[in-house]
Ligand binder design. Structure first.
Ligand SMILES: C[S@@+](CC[C@H](N)C(=O)[O-])C[C@H]1O[C@@H](n2cnc3c(N)ncnc32)[C@H](O)[C@@H]1O
Length: 375
């Protein structure tokens, strides 16, 4: 793979979980990290981008920045994109998608940004080679992102392809499943040491417990992925493929398969069945119960609860349910309890003050992750 010195990567995460991502990337041995709203900037060789795709549990996407230039109108955007050498990334035989976005800029329509960018790329390749790549909105070989802020454009390529939260194990989902990447962030924000027993008493499709088991067993989150987006780029040659295969081997060798006791339960038998099937697909061992959280036989302390109770319109969470949930959780003396609260009523129902509180987003929903130390 051609190397042009250190690259600048943008590693995105759910808003509010950037610090957890920065800490994770630091632990994974990445050097130059700068936190920003919505993600972390990372400088390093190409291999760092690949490794972030393979090893980060919290990252949603990994983008590499190709160019930054002033773009106050369509012509300057076109010229800036055309000045990039696209040959290393795609040929006429590749498919392409472009996503545009802007803030505080002269541009008004993201579709226009995408169109101008696409035109500049295909015109360059047609002028050089006589043919052009075609556009594919679904599953393109190369996905270009253009972000314009204050009339300054940054052009990125998406390394991951399919977003990183799609680990592949979650074949069955119930209502309001958490993204795998957010579940991993909650575990880190909760300060889980990967040795303390963990319980999710409202597990739904089991995302929190499965992510916990994968993390505890050092199973790389991207290891089950057949192919990342960057493996389809023109510059991903045999030498790059061999190096990536070595990274995959190293990641496999680090997995030790051990995890502390992880208990998942839910009142809904279908949810427990789904969670069981998902854990099997992920290749992790987790315990299951089907019961109301008020009737759960909890392991003795110290243990950690991380859970995502029902809330909002889709999942009814009446005052009586919240009262019973709060009284069950407050009986867990010596436990640390992390509750992802998607509605203020959840925090209000708890008679304890949270020891820590993290505002974050579950998709578009503003939430608070409340951490209680139950006395
Ligand atoms: C928001 S969902 C959890 C989603 C889960 N984190 C996932 O990723 O799929 C909330 C879950 O709480 C469960 N639940 C509701 N009331 C419960 C109760 N009293 N006891 C145990 N589980 C309950 C629901 O069946 C639902 O699966």
């Amino acid at each position: 793979m051609s190397q042009r010195g250190p690259m600048e990567f943008w590693v995105s995460a759910a808003r509010g979980t950037e610090a957890a991502l920065r800490d994770e990337l630091g632990e994974l041995g990445f050097g130059e990290l700068r936190i920003a709203a919505g993600g972390v900037r990372l400088r390093g060789p190409w291999e760092d981008g690949w490794r972030a795709c393979l090893e980060s549990r919290i990252a949603q996407r990994v983008l590499v920045s190709l160019a930054r230039f002033d773009a106050a109108d369509g012509d300057s955007l076109y010229a800036g994109v055309r000045a990039i050498d696209w040959d290393p990334y795609l040929t006429a035989g590749h498919t392409l998608a472009v996503t545009g976005s802007c803030r505080d800029s002269s541009f008004r329509h993201s579709g226009f940004i995408a169109l101008k960018t696409k035109d500049a790329i295909v015109d360059q390749l047609r002028d050089r080679h006589g043919s052009r790549p075609s556009v594919a909105r679904n599953d393109p070989d190369v996905h270009v992102f253009v972000y314009i802020l204050n009339d300054r454009a940054t052009v990125y390529l998406d390394l991951a392809g399919v977003p990183l939260h799609r680990r592949g194990y979650r074949t069955r989902i119930g209502e309001a499943p958490l993204k795998e990447t957010l579940a991993a962030a909650l575990l880190r924000l909760a300060g889980w040491d990967r040795a303390t027993p963990l319980v999710d008493p409202m597990c739904g499709s089991g995302t929190i417990g499965i992510e916990a088991a994968l993390w505890a067993a050092s199973i790389a989150p991207g290891i089950a992925r057949p192919r990342f987006g960057f493996e389809r780029w023109a510059l991903h040659d045999e030498a790059a493929a061999a190096r990536l295969s070595a990274l995959r081997q190293e990641a496999r060798a680090r997995a030790h398969g051990q995890a502390p006791r992880i208990l998942l339960s839910d009142i809904d038998p279908q949810a427990v069945e789904d969670a069981r099937a998902n854990a099997r697909a992920a290749g992790v061992r987790v315990g299951f119960r089907c019961c109301d959280l008020a009737d759960l036989a909890w392991p003795g302390p110290p243990a950690l609860v991380v859970t995502n109770p029902p809330y909002g319109e889709r999942l009814s969470a009446g005052a009586e349910f919240l009262r019973r949930m709060a009284s069950s959780l407050c009986r867990l003396h010596g436990y640390r309890v992390g509750v992802l609260a998607g509605a203020p009523a959840i925090a209000k129902a708890m008679p304890l003050r949270p020891a820590q509180e993290f505002p974050l987003y579950n998709g578009d929903i503003p939430c608070r992750f409340l951490l209680y130390e139950v006395p």
